[in-house]
Design a protein around this ligand. Sequence first.
Ligand code: S3P
Ligand code: PEP
Length: 445
Amino acid sequence: MIVLKCNHGLQGTVTVPGDKSISHRAVMLGALAEGITTIDGFLPGKDCLATIDCFRKLGVNICQTGSRVEVEGVGLRGLRAPQEVLYVGNSGTTIRLLLGILAAQPFRTVITGDESICRRPMGRVVVPLRAMGARIDGEGDGNFAPLSVYPVNGLSGIDYSTPVASAQVKSALLLAGLYAQSATTVTEPAVSRDHTERMLAYFGVDIRREGLSVQVRPASGLTGRHVVVPGDISSAAFLMAAALIVPGSEVIIRNVGVNPTRTGVIDVLKAMGGDINIENLRDECGEPVADVRVRHSRLRGITIAGPIIPRLIDEIPVIAVAAAFAEGTTTIRDAAELKVKESDRIAAIVNGLRQMGGDAVALPDGLRVQGGRPLKGAVIDSQGDHRIAMAFAIAGLMANGDTVIGNAECIDVSFPGFAALISTLGANIARTGESDKCIEYKNYG
Ligand SMILES: O=C(O)C1=C[C@@H](OP(=O)(O)O)[C@@H](O)[C@H](O)C1
Ligand SMILES: C=C(OP(=O)(O)O)C(=O)O
């Protein structure tokens, strides 16, 4: 992908594709419910398509056309033994949440994903699931995919304190808890995204939060629903950062999910001096939704640490890019989780910013960015990590010279149409197809 420097402000009103986390969960709960679940605004990104594919292999009829999905629920006990290995591609959410469901099934499954998935830690879900009675094996004593999940005769409820604030861990245990013989309680060190809790309640499950703990009771059944998925704030974050750093910009992003467990990016960009307004706040299927208006602003560096981190974990790459255009120092701590995402995001952000002439250093649990140095175009390898690819495309909008993002096709994991959408606002970004790695396209435009 090629990004040219933007010589004028970004202007316009857009919507971003559906929320990835909510799209996954709508398919999963729809599959386990009684009756039909219809989903509008589904994210047709590769990760969520992988979730659909896995449930089809588990015997669920799912019809998907673009962002419209119809799931014929089979009920909690209606999944069938798959004839093939379940393949989740690049999706950590798919594998970890599915493990919670598979752990309770009376048949064996094997589940795996791409190279990145096979490097990511699964012990964080496998260990507590085993404590509930699940039988799961895999590389490194079950810490790495491929994983085999063996049939069991029921699970026991658990009262579990997770060492990491992870919605994937919490959700896997809550989903397993639907099948357990007693209540399951998960306590997190800080609140992570709560879409599973909200959607389980929306599908009729008895689920309660008290402070940092969430409790689910064994379920007798879920009821199929109509789910309207809001735009993904994690995708909107790239447009927010772009509008903030490109002088003369004013962008409205309509229909963005603003669940408070996800809005850390807005809090932080505002604290950095960003002119961001939330308008038309409303509720859609148990999730808050709004329009977000962003205007170019002079940003200043801040410290980002503590319980806000899980509320903006996926937005740190683009926050770091915004920090490179801010006055002063931005320090991000308590974010060691970044090392076990699709890539080691601390290393990828620091290396990419340095390649562009920025001043960034890695810390054991985060990074520090000294803002204000002019960035120059560079050839950045995304390492197959969608958030890294998009973050550096945004940096390229204000870098002198062309920026080439290698391996940019991974953007389809969460934000299909990214380059085209941001181009409608006036940016000059072009996809270059399979040959994204090559710099022979450097003279595009
Ligand atoms: O539950 C989810 O949908 C997600 C949870 C987060 O991961 P962790 O649970 O590992 O923090 C996030 O990074 C991921 O993009 C989506
Ligand atoms: C970490 C991410 O997703 P997942 O864990 O589902 O692969 C992400 O989308 O940034």
